[in-house]
Structures are given as C-alpha cells and as structure tokens.
Design a protein around this ligand. Structure first.
Ligand SMILES: Nc1ncnc2c1ncn2[C@@H]1O[C@H](COP(=O)(O)OP(=O)(O)OP(=O)(O)O)[C@@H](O)[C@H]1O
Ligand SMILES: [Mg+2]
Length: 325
C-alpha cells in the first residue's frame, strides 16, 4: 500500500504544486489521479518513486517512509511508464524492454528471453524485438513502454498519461489491454490522466485534484458519478454523469419481461446482451435495435428477458433523476 500523509510540494518557493495530500492507495488495484493541467498529478506520482521529493509530509510504501529509502532501491519495486513511451531511440525494442533487468544484473540472454515474453504479454508480436522505436506505431510504442515497466516484475506501476499521445481508437484498445493485464497481474497501479472518462473506466479508485494540488474527492468511480463531493468535481465530471453512472449498474438488477409477450420478428430484430452487462449497455442496445428491444441472455445463450428503452427508463428514472440535473 502507498500512503500519502499531509504531503506538500513547492518547487523553488513557487506556489504549492501539491497541498496537504493525505491518501491511501490500496494494493493490487488501479488508482487514478485526474484533474486539470498543472494541478499536481505528475508531481504527486513522481514523489512516489522520488523523482521529486516532497517538501513536507510523508509517503510510505508498505509501511516504510520512502525518504529513508535510496531512490535506486525504491525504483526496483516500481515500473514507470511515461507519455509517448519514452523509449531510447537508438536501442532495439528488446533492448529497451530489457533495460532494467540488465541494470539489475540479469544476463543478456535471460533479459532477452524475458523481453520476448513481455512483448506477447502486452499483445505485440515477437518479431518486433529487433526493430527500433521509430519503426513502431505510437500505440505499439506505448505497449513497449508498458512491457519495459513490467520487465523487472515490480509490484507497483506508475503511469503518467501513458495513452494520451495516441488516437482514440488505439487508446480504447490500450485501455482495455491494461484492464486485461491487470486482471492477470494484480499490480498496484497509480495512473495519471486529465481525461475523466479514462479515469472512470480504469480506476478502482479515483482521486480528483484541483488547482494547487488540492484533493477534491477520493472514491470509487461509481460514487464519484452518483455523489460528487462538490461543484468542482461535478463540473469536472460533466453533465451526463447520470447516464454514465449506468455503466456501474448491472442489467441483472432490471425487472425483465418474459419473451412470450413479443413476436418472433421483433425478437429476431432485437439486440442481445449478456445478463451480466451494464444497464448502460442494455439501454444502448435497446436504442440501437431495429425493433427497439434488448434481449438479456443467460450464459448458455437462453433468453432471460426482454425490455425496450422506455421500460428501462421507467426503472432507472427514480433512482437517477437526482443526479442527472
Ligand atoms: N520542475 C519544476 N519546477 C518548477 N515548477 C514545476 C516543476 N514541475 C512542475 N512544476 C509546477 O508545479 C505545478 C504542478 O505541475 P504538474 O506537472 O505536477 O502538473 P500536472 O497535473 O501533471 O499537469 P499536466 O496535466 O499539464 O501534466 C505546475 O504549476 C507546474 O508549473
Ligand atoms: Mg503531468
């Protein structure tokens, strides 16, 4: 676990970049720092591996005050992924990935073997190992950046806007890939972004920071959407937060109608979703289906029930009407 306690950072007597930050980052989950430009996200992240030292306050990692741990030692337990990959241009992909294991004294052959394995872990072809970073697409470079951070198998991953330099389609792929990876690796991930949608998608917990590095809210994303702590958070999340909150409600909580009441033709034109999908997915399916119907399916594909958008709307109306305004 990473614990911030009354942490302040002021660069060269300037205005505070981080103000009195107190926060527990839980193990084996993704914590996202989100907020507008200059609000101290990168500074907060870099204080964790001592690329930046706090002006006052303490940061503990697994119960140890990090100010007493030499930075090089601290960083062995932390991978760092930065924007646009940050790869070394004159080294091959395999050499880039193997950087930290090599520094730690792992043999060239073993480091290379590990690099090849990691290429696959992050969804890349082993054939890319001998190329140089400039010969890869932006999205591929980002994946290599993640592979490099994972090379020494650190329990903690620090990621600073790792996906902000790629186009929206690739970005979505990388986000899903990170979630897939995390479900296998269970790292403690601290992720910085200025994109609230990315924060809500990826975060198990989200820390919303405001100007001067003042923490505004720290909570799971569903809570952020349902109960923003103040106007700043509400404005930052945006107006459609009631709709987005539906992503966190399972479709199985809806009262589904029996299929018997509908015609074969309408059912055939319905969009099907798994019962385990979200209410948002159910609503989206109903709105895009030709017959206006969404069908919920059990794991074996059997029809568990049918609804249309109005039927979903009636069921979600009461509970969410207060947060839509
Ligand atoms: N090395 C530095 N020296 C002086 N001031 C700095 C330094 N690094 C950052 N700052 C200042 O500290 C504040 C916080 O910067 P930081 O980089 O942490 O913000 P950020 O939230 O990551 O912003 P962005 O979204 O633009 O990356 C800003 O006002 C910035 O100008
Ligand atoms: Mg930054």
């Amino acid at each position: 676990m990473i614990r911030f306690e009354n942490v302040f950072k002021r660069y060269d007597g300037g205005a505070p970049a981080v103000t009195d930050l107190t926060l527990d980052i839980p193990e084996a989950s993704i914590t996202v720092f989100v907020g507008p430009s200059g609000c101290g996200k990168t500074t907060s992240l870099r204080m964790v591996n001592r690329m930046v030292d706090a002006t006052s306050g303490t940061i503990e990692v697994d119960g140890r005050d990090i100010s007493a741990v030499p930075p090089h030692q601290l960083r062995r337990s932390m991978g760092y992924v930065m924007q646009a990959g940050g790869l070394m241009p004159h080294r091959t992909i395999a050499e880039n990935i193997a950087t930290v294991p090599r520094l730690l004294g792992t043999s060239r052959a073993r480091s290379r073997g590990r690099a090849l394995e990691l290429l696959e872990t992050v969804g890349l072809d082993r054939d890319l190992a001998g190329r140089y970073p400039a010969q890869l697409s932006g999205g591929q470079q980002q994946r290599v950046g993640v592979a490099r951070a994972l090379a020494a198998d650190p329990p903690i991953l620090l990621m600073d806007e790792p996906f902000s330099a790629v186009d929206p389609v690739v970005r979505t792929e990388l986000q899903n890939e990170l979630l897939r990876l995390q479900s296998q690796l269970s790292k403690t991930i601290v992720f910085v972004t200025h994109d609230i949608d990315e924060a809500i998608l990826l975060g198990d917990h989200v820390a919303v920071m405001g100007n001067g590095g003042v923490l505004q809210q720290f909570s799971p994303p569903a809570e952020l959407l349902h109960a923003p702590a103040n106007d700043f958070v509400a404005r930052f999340i945006g107006r459609d937060r009631g709709f987005r909150a539906l992503s966190f409600r399972p479709a199985s909580e809806l009262d589904w109608s029996p299929a018997a009441g509908y015609s074969e033709t309408d059912l055939a034109a319905a969009v099907a979703i798994p019962r385990t999908a979200s209410v948002r997915a159910a609503l989206d399916a109903a709105l895009t289906s030709l017959s206006g119907l969404v069908v919920a399916q059990d794991q074996d594909g059997a029809v568990a029930g049918v609804l249309d958008a109005a039927g979903i709307g009636r069921q979600i109306g009461g509970r969410d009407s207060d947060v839509v305004a």
